[in-house]
Design a protein around this ligand. Structure first.
Ligand code: HPA
Length: 235
């Protein structure tokens, strides 16, 4: 048991899928995993461990933002046996070249966040994915004939931003999209020499305000969920 996760030793698998939303974690456990056990529910942040195609897998929630995913991924890596965390989430596209439902396999995540400096004295504003999961996801996507775009994304601390125009860091790194977590996950994995990837579905287009509707969301995320599951089996 760690401070924020009540799983017993051995109850977290080597591979972990981490959506933001606890109910998304439950949906994946209910619909895709076998032999499922709820191993933690502190703060209603559920973690389930089961099997997918006979491979042990944990699916749990990261919550929103760098502080939250920073806590959960650090505890999974340091207090349990997690070796590889794949975040699966949604993002807002900064460019009209992306379309709703597009998939992004995140190459690097930049942020104005002080997370990496405060945690590890890293004086960088961008971190790459860590380890081989990124390549496995790309290879698996090819096998499944599913297109994924790769590039830099922006892990912002602010969802409701008043200023017009793209943030400076987005221009600096030519970010494809905005989300709020990958930066802290990648910084933790780098420091701890673990594996981390982030797979995103474009749920909104920032310049045009187009959005996937609430009704469409569950179905919209299926290609990302199945790609992540099929990738984990190969890891
Ligand atoms: N900004 C940040 N996070 C997001 C967005 C966004 O526009 N869309 C989905 N997650």
């Amino acid at each position: 048991m760690s401070i924020h996760i009540s799983a017993k030793p051995g109850e977290i698998a080597k591979n972990v899928l981490l959506p933001g939303d606890p109910l998304r974690a439950k949906y994946i456990a209910d619909n895709f995993l076998q032999n499922v056990k709820l191993v933690s529910s502190i703060r209603n942040i559920y973690f389930f461990t089961g099997t997918y195609k006979n491979i042990a897998l944990t699916v749990g929630a990261s919550g929103m933002g760098c502080p939250s995913i920073g806590i959960y991924s650090y505890e999974l890596f340091t207090e349990y046996e997690a070796e590889c965390i794949i975040r699966i989430g949604t993002c807002g596209a900064y460019t009209k070249k992306l379309e709703l439902f597009d998939l992004i396999n995140v190459d690097s995540a930049c942020s104005e966040s002080t997370y990496a400096e405060c945690a590890f004295d890293y004086k960088k504003d961008i971190f790459n994915h860590q380890g081989n999961a990124f390549n496995i996801i790309n290879d698996t996507a090819k096998e499944l004939n599913r297109e994924v775009k790769c590039g830099a994304i922006h892990s912002g601390d602010v969802f409701y931003r008043q200023a017009k125009g793209k943030p400076a860091i987005v221009k600096k790194y030519k970010c494809l999209a905005a989300e709020m977590e990958a930066f802290a996950l990648f910084a933790n994995a780098k420091f701890l020499k673990k594996t981390a990837a982030t797979l995103l579905t474009v749920s909104d287009i920032i310049p045009t305000h187009e959005k996937i509707s609430a009704d469409e969301r569950e179905k919209a995320l299926l290609p990302m969920i199945t790609l992540a599951l099929e990738s984990v089996v190969k890891n």
